[in-house]
Design a protein around this ligand. Structure first.
Ligand SMILES: [Zn+2]
Length: 352
């Protein structure tokens, strides 16, 4: 089977170099977004761009191309292969993920996450679909809602970095699996403790994978067995994070849920994404087919460029979203402490 990494069509990228993008003033953008959101219930679709202010590196730069030309995504088939080759692949993967979980765990929602959460909590916008696996929309909305309520409002289209799934469907919190990895690999646990003590920051990719030196040997790294499978009399250490890898399909349940969110809203607000992945692009197409207005906020070329019916504003989310939320919720927030707190929350951290 031939696998390819989703990309923006080359024609859009080459046109982007020549195009003259009309600039929009932040005040005008705020006004246009606020009036779009106030005119009906919007579904929201987000991508990596909304997490950049939290220090999560985006895959693509402003020109729409991968920022790291040597970036090699991990393919699903490699990670789940039931063979010695698959096993060594998982040793390598889980060692890097073990180290990479440290910064992932410390990442905090930024003002864009909190602004969207406040708008959701206040009922101004409806459900949110995110392509991000970083859990930051969840973290922001948790200030106001229970975990079950958050799950009902935020669909993580590509899954979550905070869960681990075995090939037979047993699911564990990532933090628990982190403990098991540490217990099974005391030498690496000591290495991680030292990193934590010194505050050193390993370089990570958005999916929590970390870059380690070439000389590191992965051979003695132990990937723990799934206790659920052990209890069923089966030894199984084919574990993967519960997010969608390249080459893996989104479940029908999640796909249907994402479509229903778009169908139940009367407009779609897209931000911080190039919709390069088809799972996101088809949602935008679905909204257009249903003749729903689409407002698109992103800097740089996207797969949706030039599609009739898409209004696009070229401005970073972090420059406008807090003002959008303030302008729509400012009055209500005077009497609502939770809302007021959300409108003032969020940490901006430069990417490392
Ligand atoms: Zn299992």
């Amino acid at each position: 089977m031939r696998l390819s990494v989703p990309n923006i069509p080359p024609s859009i990228l080459s046109n982007a170099a020549l195009r003259n993008v009309p600039s929009v003033l932040p005040s005008e953008a705020v006004q246009r977004i606020a009036s779009f959101l106030a005119s009906g219930t919007a579904a929201v679709l987000t991508g990596a761009g909304v997490s950049v202010d939290s220090g999560v590196k985006a895959y693509r730069g402003k020109d729409g191309r991968y920022m790291n030309p040597d970036y090699k995504p991990i393919f699903y088939q490699e990670l789940i292969e039931d063979s010695p080759r698959g096993h060594s692949f998982r040793q390598r993967y889980w060692l890097r993920a073990y180290i990479g979980f440290l910064p992932v765990r410390r990442t905090l929602p930024n003002p864009t996450h909190f602004s969207l959460a406040a708008l959701q909590h206040a009922g101004v916008v409806g459900s949110l679909i995110t392509q991000n696996v970083d859990g930051l929309h969840h973290a922001a909305l948790r200030h106001a809602l229970s975990e079950a309520e958050v799950d009902a409002r935020v669909l993580q289209l590509h899954g979550s970095i905070f869960k681990v799934r075995c090939q037979h469907g047993h699911i564990y919190p990532r933090a628990v699996f982190q403990e098991w990895l540490g217990r099974a690999n005391p030498r690496w646990r000591a290495f991680l403790a030292e990193l934590e003590r010194t505050g050193a920051q390993p370089k990570t990719n958005p999916d929590g994978d970390v870059a380690l030196e070439e000389s590191v040997s992965y051979d003695d790294f132990v990937v723990p067995h799934c206790p659920g499978c052990d209890a069923e009399g089966r030894r199984n250490s084919i574990m993967k994070p519960d997010f969608v890898f390249f080459g893996e399909s989104i479940s029908q349940k999640v796909k249907d849920h994402s479509y229903s969110i778009v169908e139940n809203a009367d407009r779609l607000f897209v931000l911080g994404t190039t919709v390069a992945t088809y799972s996101a692009f088809r949602l935008l197409k679905h909204a257009l087919e249903l003749r729903k207005p689409v407002l698109y906020l992103n800097v740089g070329p996207t797969r949706a460029d030039g599609i009739p019916g898409v209004q696009k504003l070229e401005i970073p989310t972090g420059e406008v979203m807090q003002d959008v939320a303030d302008s729509l919720l400012g009055t209500r927030a005077r009497n609502d402490l939770v809302l007021r707190d959300m409108l003032r929350s969020g940490v901006v951290k430069p990417s490392t």
